[in-house]
Design a protein around this ligand. Sequence first.
Ligand SMILES: Nc1ncnc2c1ncn2[C@@H]1O[C@H](COP(=O)(O)OP(=O)(O)OP(=O)(O)O)[C@@H](O)[C@H]1O
Length: 450
Amino acid sequence: MSMSNLDFDLNTLVKILDHSSDEIFVLDKNMKIIYVNDACKKHYGLDKEDVLGKTSLDLVESGYWTPSIFPEIFEKKAPIAVKQKTILGAELLTSAVPILNEKNEVEVVVTTAREMQSYKMIKAKEESNGAADQVEDPFAIITNNEKMKNVLKFAQKVAATNSTILILGESGTGKSVLAQYIHENSNRRNGPFLTINCAAIPGELMESELFGYTAGAFTNASKSGKKGLIESVEGGTLFLDEIGDMPLPLQAKMLQVIQDKKFIPVGGTKEKTVDIRIIAATNKNLAEMVENKTFREDLYYRLNVVDVKMLPLRERTEDIIPLTYNFLYKFNRIYETNKLITEDCLDWLAYYSWPGNVRQLENLIEKLVITSGDVIGIEDLPEGIFSHGKQQIEKTSPSSLNEAVEQAKREMVRTSYKINRSSRRVAADLQISQTQAAKLIREYCQDLQE
Ligand SMILES: Nc1ncnc2c1ncn2[C@@H]1O[C@H](COP(=O)(O)OP(=O)(O)OP(=O)(O)O)[C@@H](O)[C@H]1O
């Protein structure tokens, strides 16, 4: 893209550079730092103002990073990449590229420094003897969607209280992840977090599993009785997943636990008190179940005091690509691979409707990491991904100007796509933006993928 196509001013350009997660800094011919972006703060703890105007030698001598890269680049006048360590302990992969003038002298040096995340992970894995999972925050919820960010903010607020929370949302949207997130953000975080899937425990077992039983409560009961799961969560959080599947008789007992923190074990007479917080989740329409008398109204209202809704993935499409990268990273680590994914593949993933939500995306990426070659391409994607919104394209002679334009557009996009096979190259070929190219490819070239 030529500069004349850029529709923004210098301030916007500076803003763009400041949002780069890589550090960018530029030196003049005297090794004086003439530009640096905001990433210098996270690498060295220095503000731009502390860096600009200094020479790189000043900063190396003050111990901000080591080793120095610049004397060598002025000598060799060729790009160099080295590993550096900063005063804050960040490990960087730093690449410097000299720009030479007509006399073959170094005019400026453009340097980028990127944190070596994967390197850190490998090291941590070696040091922790395989327990590398601790390095990553397992409770992080990835989202770029404003509504979901508000959900997280709200969840943080209610986490600090002791109130019961009902999480609603389709299957696979991350309800369990949110429940765990609330627990980790609450002052119960050092207590236990226990998930009970109400759909998975048979109805007749659920009562004794949850509430425990006294000695001789029923045939085959253990002689000494048994503590229930609810008691084992003392001081922590109980997550009742699929609460809509809890049998009606048990719902009354659960209501008492929520309201009074009290219950009576099966076969017992003495009430027990517990200090637990309850989070419940469902993908069912509880209000409808109340109407049909399959869910207790009083329990519904008690649960529904604080409710949180997880959005389906199709309503937060901006999360698809960050989640894809996250899962690719995760499974590359698990399977000790280094798979990459093509832009076109990402385009198709972003276009798909994901009826199984985040879980479906996660499962697909795991499968692709296991089964694809070094680069995951369109040919690795399952058929179903392309059938969403599929259009039947038939060739007919145009009966109006609009139709003729449409047909010509389609032909151009299809011809370009057959040759170029990527939205970036089609964009360059047809002189349109990549977003526009991706949209047109989706519209006109679906059959070329199959
Ligand atoms: N925002 C997210 N960031 C990272 N991983 C996520 C996110 N949301 C969901 N996941 C992952 O997606 C999978 C499905 O999430 P989860 O089990 O929480 O969904 P759910 O809504 O509870 O599903 P169900 O109703 O079927 O129990 C999990 O493996 C979870 O780790």
